[in-house]
Design a protein around this ligand. Structure first.
Ligand SMILES: [Zn+2]
Length: 450
C-alpha cells in the first residue's frame, strides 16, 4: 500500500474470516474512496483518521453479484420494482444486480427502452444495477446500439417466454442475432428449452406437480443446449446457458468447453436446494421454467458445481402477485421469488455437502462478475470496489415471508430453516444494511466495462 493510500483510508473492516481469492484468513481490509486499498494483516495499525469496524468472527464475503433478476419496472411494478428488489438484494448480501430485459414494460429491446428503464431505476437503486438487453424477432438492428449503450449482453428465448411483448427466436433468427452479437464481441444469454420437445410433451393441466414436471422434460433443455452449442461453435460466438435444471446436459457442455466453444452455465438456488419430490400439489410458488427436478438430478447439478462445469449460481428472481399463483401448474405464473434468500439457501446446502464459503463466493460473486465483465466486483482484493456481505455462517433463521423486502411475500422457501444470517452489507465502503435495516438508496447504474 502506498503512502498516498494510507492517508486516504477512511475505513478498516476487520474479521477473523475474510474470504479472499487466496483463501479465508484473518485480515483487515483498508478502504479508501469506496475501493479496497489493501488487504492487510488482522492486527495491522489503523491509519490515522480511519474508522475501525471489527466484525469479530463473522465472515466477510465480497458482495454478491446476481446477474439474473427480473425487476419488472416499469410496467409490472405490482410484481416487483427497483425500490423493493434492490432493498431485498441488499438485505440478502447482494451488492450488484443485473436486470433481465423482460417482464417490464417496455422490454429492454431498444436503446430508447433502456433509457426509460435507467431513468426509473436511478433514484431507487439500493445496490449497483445494470441491464441486459433483449434479442427478439426483428430487433437485430438494435443490438449493436444497445451494446454501445452499455448493456451487458442479450437475452433470448427459444420457446415462448410467458409474455407476448418478448417473443422467442426460432433457429434461423437465433443464428441471425448470434452472428450480429458475435460480430461486436457480445454475449448471448439463453433460456434454453426446445419448443418442439415442449410441444410433444404430455400436457395435463391441474394441481399435480408430476404432471407439470412431465410437461417440461429434460430433453427439451438438452436439445436446446445442444443446438445452442452447435451455433456458438459455428459462429465462434460467446453464449451463456441460463438457469440450468437438467443435469443430463452437463457432459455436452463440458465437452464443448474442452473443445474451446465459449459457453458458460448458471444454475439457481431452487434447482440446487428444492426437489420435485417435496413440492405439494397446487403449490405453484414452486413453479418455474425449466422446472425444479428430482433429487437425483439435483445431485448431478451439485457434481457440476463441484467439478466447475457450472460457473455461477444466481437467483432468477421472477416474482408476481399472489393471485397469479393459481393452484393450476399449467396456468400459474412461472417464477420463483428468492432474491433475499439465495445466499443462505445455497450456503445451507453447500455446507451439508462439504463445500466451503469460498466455493459459495466463487459461484455467487466472482463467477457472475466475470461473466458480466465487472472487473471491479466479485473479490476482496486491492483495487476492487469495497462491496461486502458480513455473514454469520453458523446462525440459523426460519424464513418468514412477511419479513422479506420483496414486494410480494410469496416464496417457495417459506418455513425453511436456513444457515447464514447477513449481519451487514457494504456498498463502495458504505454500510447499506445493518441487522436487516436498509439505508436510503446509494446504488449506481452500471454499464458494461464499468
Ligand atoms: Zn429469468
Amino acid at each position: 500500500m502506498s503512502d498516498t493510500h494510507v492517508t486516504d483510508v477512511n475505513l478498516v473492516l476487520r474479521s477473523t474470516r475474510v474470504v479472499t481469492p487466496d483463501g479465508t484468513r484473518p485480515a483487515s481490509i483498508a478502504v479508501a474512496a469506496g475501493r479496497i486499498a489493501a488487504v492487510l494483516p488482522h492486527d495491522a495499525d489503523v491509519p490515522a483518521g480511519a474508522r475501525l469496524e471489527d466484525v469479530g468472527d463473522h465472515a466477510v464475503l465480497p458482495g454478491l453479484v446476481d446477474t439474473h433478476v427480473h425487476v419488472n419496472d416499469p410496467g409490472r411494478t405490482e410484481w416487483e420494482g427497483f425500490w423493493t428488489a434492490t432493498r431485498a438484494a441488499a438485505a440478502g448480501g447482494i451488492t450488484t444486480l443485473l436486470d433481465m430485459p423482460l417482464n417490464s414494460l417496455p422490454p429492454t429491446t431498444t436503446v430508447g427502452n433502456l433509457r426509460v428503464k435507467q431513468d426509473v431505476a436511478r433514484p431507487k437503486a439500493h445496490v449497483d444495477t445494470g441491464f441486459w438487453g433483449g434479442a427478439v424477432p426483428g430487433n437485430v438492428k438494435d443490438l449493436r446500439p444497445l451494446h454501445d449503450a452499455g448493456v451487458f449482453g442479450f437475452k433470448c428465448f427459444l420457446s415462448p417466454s410467458g409474455v407476448e411483448e418478448f417473443p422467442e427466436l426460432d433457429q434461423e433468427q437465433l443464428a441471425g442475432s448470434l452472428a450480429e452479437i458475435a460480430g461486436f464481441g457480445g454475449l448471448l444469454i439463453v433460456h434454453a428449452e426446445d419448443p418442439h420437445h415442449l410441444a410433444a410433451a404430455p400436457q395435463r393441466p391441474g394441481p399435480r406437480y408430476v404432471d407439470f414436471l412431465a410437461s417440461r422434460p429434460r430433453d427439451a433443455e438438452n436439445t436446446a443446449i445442444a443446438n445452442l452449442i452447435a451455433q456458438a461453435r459455428r459462429l465462434d460466438a460467446r453464449v451463456h446457458v441460463l438457469h440450468l435444471s437438467s443435469g443430463d446436459a452437463l457432459p455436452l457442455i463440458a465437452e464443448a468447453r474442452a473443445e474451446g466453444v465459449r459457453v458458460t452455465v448458471e444454475s439457481c438456488p431452487h434447482f440446487l436446494t428444492l426437489t420435485a419430490e417435496e413440492v405439494p400439489d397446487g403449490a405453484t410458488e414452486f413453479k418455474c421454467c425449466p422446472p425444479i427436478r428430482e433429487a437425483a438430478n439435483q445431485d448431478v447439478l451439485w457434481q457440476g458445481l463441484a467439478d466447475g462445469t457450472i460457473d455461477c449460481v444466481v437467483s432468477d428472481h421472477s416474482p408476481c402477485t399472489g393471485d397469479l399463483k393459481t393452484p393450476d401448474f399449467a396456468s400459474a405464473w412461472g417464477g420463483i421469488s428468492s432474491l433475499q434468500l439465495g445466499l443462505p439457501a445455497i450456503w445451507t446446502e453447500a455446507r451439508r455437502r462439504g463445500h466451503t464459503l469460498e466455493d459459495v463466493v466463487r459461484w455467487m460473486s466472482s463467477a457472475p462478475a466475470e461473466l458480466a465483465g465487472l472487473t471491479r466486483k466479485g473479490a476482496i482484493e486491492g483495487g476492487r470496489d469495497a462491496d461486502f456481505a458480513v455473514l454469520a455462517p453458523d446462525e440459523t433463521f426460519t424464513v418468514d415471508p412477511a419479513e422479506l423486502h420483496h414486494r410480494n411475500q410469496v416464496t417457495a422457501y417459506a418455513g425453511k430453516t436456513l444457515h447464514g444470517v447477513v449481519k451487514s452489507t457494504w456498498l463502495r465502503g458504505t454500510r447499506i444494511v445493518e441487522n436487516g435495516t436498509v439505508a436510503e438508496p446509494t446504488g449506481r447504474l452500471l454499464e458494461r466495462n464499468d
